[in-house]
Write a protein that binds this ligand. Structure first.
Ligand SMILES: *Cc1c(COP(=O)(O)O)cnc(C)c1O
Length: 500
């Protein structure tokens, strides 16, 4: 299996090269040359095996250059019991009211980023080996919260790598901040940027394109790489859980083999839902994929009008991991919609870059509508959805998952579609204890409490146990204290690389 880039640049790239390089030289994203086709027997065979074996079966269709034993070992190391708490790894849980929910937050950092970032370091090291890359690989991450911690946890103490995370000093939740600042490992560093997420993101992009810096680092035997969701190694592990959820829904009696199943996905950078689109292209009987946005509703406007317009106000919401206006993985969808016309995609991306907007043609628009349905929910809708889901399903959900629950209601009311659906749940509710507490216990009840006390109260109220890793954050020593300004990110990085 080979890979091409979405902007008519590189052709016939190996999986290893796509993973090590991350992004194409023209700035495009790597996609497989074709989607391997599966049949119902393949799906049937998944029903009787565990998540790790399902992962092996799906990943081997794309990562053909890795020997089967190598893949088995990587999957074992990524999803072993020391990393994931739930036996099912990514279980489908049926609520008291019958709603199926795919829980993707049983990994070490309690958010769905672990599904890919636990495997990525292993893929990266094997890829580097097969490319003959013997420089040390430094993974740079700009994070608004969840990706940073998941990358740190994935790359901590992985030989031949270092991981440096930049986060906006005032832009993350208390649990997210402490998760990062207490991270152990002798190859990791976490740096607070005095600015917002855009400052951190822009600074990291500058570092990636700094020719002098690349030269300096090369002389020191260092290569830079990215753990952002544009990397193929972040996307391919996510295809697995759509297959796994489908098999689980056969096993729990929701559907019969071959029946259609809808998925509702809380969406920001479009990585999670894109993996679902790829699974459908492979032949998994997915009906509609429902794209759920928060108040930063650039995607739901796009689905409705065919105009992608990033020229709008940016809102801070209770679902911060979806606060995003430039959805980078959408480029991979555009590539499929226009029959893989890389020139066309380059044109759209150029317009987005220079004018802040682009418009699909009627053909692409019709195809997109056949695949996706989208809407959005604001913070009040989210609070209502958290309360209603607790009342109807007896499930405690986080604000991101609540966006999806609300949009599922809108979808059912507007379309009347009776196809069974799976809501994709992306974070443990206690990662956002303050907002969940506000919804379920009331604003006044939590006013005088800190985030940890909110979690305690929620536990008393619901009986849902606070994860040990959240509880322990209060006692763990803060190990990372470096701060910088957007202007001094480069020199701060060099200093960190020197002293690590
Ligand atoms: C990253 C994230 C999302 C958005 O996923 P995308 O792949 O960026 O669309 C949703 N919920 C949570 C909790 C996340 O961390």
């Amino acid at each position: 299996m080979h890979y091409v880039d979405t902007r008519a640049g590189e052709q016939q790239v190996s999986a290893s090269q796509a993973i090590v390089q991350g992004i194409s030289k023209k700035g495009g994203l790597f996609v497989p040359t074709f989607f391997p086709q599966i049949d119902l027997d393949f799906i049937k065979s998944l029903c009787d095996i565990d998540y790790k074996k399902r992962a092996q079966a799906v990943l081997s269709l794309y990562l053909t250059e890795f020997a089967a034993e190598k893949l088995t070992k990587m999957v074992e190391n990524a999803y072993g019991m020391s990393k994931f708490t739930s036996q099912g790894i990514a279980p489908v849980v049926k609520g008291a009211g019958g709603q199926n929910v795919l829980e993707l937050w049983h990994g070490p950092t309690l958010a769905f980023k672990d599904m890919a970032l636990q495997l990525l370091p292993h893929l990266m090291m094997e890829s580097a080996k097969s490319m003959g890359e013997n420089r040390e690989i430094v993974i740079l991450v700009a994070t608004s919260g969840d990706t940073g911690k998941a990358a740190l946890e994935g790359f901590a103490d992985v030989k031949g790598t270092r991981c440096t995370v930049f986060y906006p000093k005032e832009g993350v939740s208390e649990a997210q901040r402490l998760q990062m600042l207490t991270q152990q490992g002798n190859n990791v560093s976490v740096i607070a940027v005095q600015g917002n997420f855009d400052d951190a993101q822009t600074g990291v992009k500058k570092i990636f394109t700094d020719v002098d810096l690349a030269q300096t680092l090369a002389e020191k035997g260092i290569a830079l790489s990215s753990a952002n969701s544009i990397n193929w190694g972040r996307l391919v592990p996510q295809i697995v859980y759509y297959f796994s959820a489908y098999a689980d829904c056969i096993n729990n009696g929701t559907i019969a083999l071959g029946d259609a199943l809808n998925f509702v996905v809380p969406t920001g950078n479009f990585g999670n839902i894109l993996a679902g689109i790829y699974a459908k292209h492979m032949g998994l009987p997915i009906g509609h994929l429902v794209c759920a946005s928060n108040r930063n509703n650039v995607l739901s406007d796009f689905l409705r009008t065919g105009v992608y317009d990033a020229r709008r106000e940016f809102f801070k919401t209770s679902s911060p991991s979806m606060d995003i206006l430039i959805s980078s993985n959408l480029e991979r969808l555009l590539f499929e919609l226009c029959d893989r016309d890389g020139e066309k995609v380059s044109e759209w991306m150029g317009e987005l870059n220079t004018q802040g907007h682009y418009t699909l043609g009627p053909k692409e628009m019709e195809r997109m509508r056949g695949l996706l349905w989208g809407s959005w929910a604001d913070d009040t809708d989210v609070e209502d959805a958290i309360r209603e889901t607790w009342r109807n399903e007896r499930m405690l959900i986080d604000p991101h998952t609540a966006v999806a629950m609300n949009v599922l209601d809108q979808y059912t009311a507007k379309t009347g579609d009776k196809t069974p659906s799976v809501v994709v749940s992306t974070a443990n509710p206690y990662k956002f204890g303050r907002d969940v507490g506000k919804a379920l216990l009331g604003r006044e009840q939590i006013q005088s409490l800190n985030d940890f006390e909110c979690c305690d109260r929620l536990e008393q109220y619901t009986g849902v146990i606070v994860p040990k890793s959240i509880r322990m954050l209060q006692q763990k020593p803060v190990l990372h204290k470096v701060e910088c300004t957007p202007e001094t990110m480069k020199s701060t990085l060099l200093n960190e690389l020197h002293t690590l």
